[in-house]
Design a protein around this ligand. Structure first.
Ligand code: ADP
Ligand code: MG
Length: 388
């Protein structure tokens, strides 16, 4: 596993004050009287193992999170009061700081803001995997000032995702789709190096097919990605599988299955049945599977078949299956199959960046904190807290 300090590596938390960075960026809903309530408390309940571990050992716990995008200004639409209601309902004796992003110092990683944030705390725990790819003050700052560790959620994500790029059981099959192509090219390249097969669908596949010289009509194509796509295809020709056929929206609103060139006004919006069959076979034979990004515009029933069929193959696969990405998880939920998957990553962008680069700023900060402690190099907090 990628080396990071865990809760057990902290100095004994009994009687200590602990700052826990959580990801309570939950969806909110408006009530009839216009107040805001938490629409889904999943992310809050997900932090319970870490919070309870600390509370059970007699620590005094303060949590901090961002909520929405208030852009460095105090904005009552994003205050954390609805989150405090949930913490109260759960009976958790945890203090919750106000929204970190009310201060511009959070996203700017301002050292003065970090100093204010850690003031009065003995220990720091990062359990906000979803922001570990951000060099924000509350993510990368505290580990240089306090003894620090990863919470249980971060630990689990790093264990599972790290496993995919270090020692996956083979065959290891990766399925990538979705709309954001240029964002994900680095990911395709690095996963192609680790995996036995990379199956491409969605807008991602349109860009690769166009780069390969196929006429794709009016489909979603990121022209600027052409050279990178051709390089990936020539380096990993045998591994990268493009769709054999596509479902195309034609002028006049009819839907055709097309193999080869797509008419100029046609738009590829899903993989076709032969592709679903081929992808299904590869997935069913796999010992390890990672899936990110839908195979088509699955929000429209007419173009949801490819995504649903990948979800079904994944659910039937006996190997270890991992799904990451907001829309992929939503598609699994819609098919009622999320319970049949080995691991659902909550990380989004953080998960993809960890798979691509093998590390994240938030994890590196924790590791440096541990190394300076182990090596006996003097970190600022050591003398201050009598831990030197
Ligand atoms: P995720 O959230 O799982 O990482 P993305 O956000 O990258 O995935 O992409 C999801 C979006 O991609 C969906 O809204 C879907 O409609 C869109 N999409 C997928 N395939 C196509 C396509 N061929 N053409 C246009 N949009 C597509
Ligand atoms: Mg998305």
């Amino acid at each position: 596993m990628l080396r990071i300090p865990l809760l057990e590596d902290l100095p004994a938390p009994t009687g200590k004050t602990v700052l826990v960075r959580v990801d309570f960026n939950v969806p909110l809903a408006a009530t009839a009287d216009d107040s805001r309530v938490v629409a889904d408390d999943f992310r809050i309940r997900a932090a319970l193992p870490t919070l309870n571990w600390l509370l059970d050992r007699g620590a005094s716990v303060t949590a901090c999170t961002h909520l929405g995008r208030p852009k460095g200004k105090v904005d009552p639409r994003y205050d954390v009061s609805p989150l405090r209601v949930v913490l109260d309902d759960l009976g958790l004796p945890v203090v919750l700081m106000e929204n970190l992003r009310f201060d511009p110092g959070e996203e700017a990683n301002d050292p003065v803001f970090v100093d204010r944030l850690v003031s009065g705390f003995d220990l720091y725990v990062n359990d906000a995997f979803g922001v570990c790819h951000r060099s924000h003050a509350s993510v990368v700052g505290p580990p240089s000032r306090l003894p620090s560790a990863a919470g249980r959620l971060v630990e689990k994500e790093v264990e599972v995702l790290g496993h995919l790029i270090t020692e996956p059981k083979r065959p290891f099959v990766v399925i990538l789709g979705g709309a954001k192509v240029s964002d994900k090219l680095g990911l395709v390249r690095s996963l192609a190096a680790h995996a036995d097969y990379v199956l491409l669908g969605g807008g991602m596949a349109c860009t690769f097919m166009a780069a390969n010289g196929l006429e794709v009509g009016d489909s979603l194509v990121d022209v600027s990605a052409g050279d990178d796509c051709r390089a990936i295809l020539s380096d990993h020709a045998a591994k990268v599988l493009l769709p054999l056929d596509s479902k195309v929206l034609m002028p006049g609103n009819s839907v055709d299955v097309v193999k080869g060139s797509v008419p100029s006004a046609g738009r590829i919006l899903d993989i076709g049945p032969e592709t679903s069959e081929l992808f299904g076979q590869r997935i069913m034979e796999a010992e390890t599977v990672f899936w990110n990004g839908p195979m088509g515009m699955f929000e429209d029933e007419r173009f949801s078949t490819g995504t649903r069929s990948v979800a079904q193959s994944l659910a039937q696969c006996e190997g270890f299956t991992v799904v990451g990405g907001g829309d992929s998880v939503a598609a699994l939920d819609a098919a009622g199959l999320s319970g049949n998957v080995g691991f659902l990553s909550t990380g989004g962008g953080a998960a993809l960046e960890l798979l691509e680069k093998g590390d994240l700023p938030g994890l590196a900060a924790l590791r440096e904190s541990m190394d300076s402690r182990v090596a006996g190099r003097s970190a600022p907090w050591e003398e201050e807290w009598g831990l030197a």
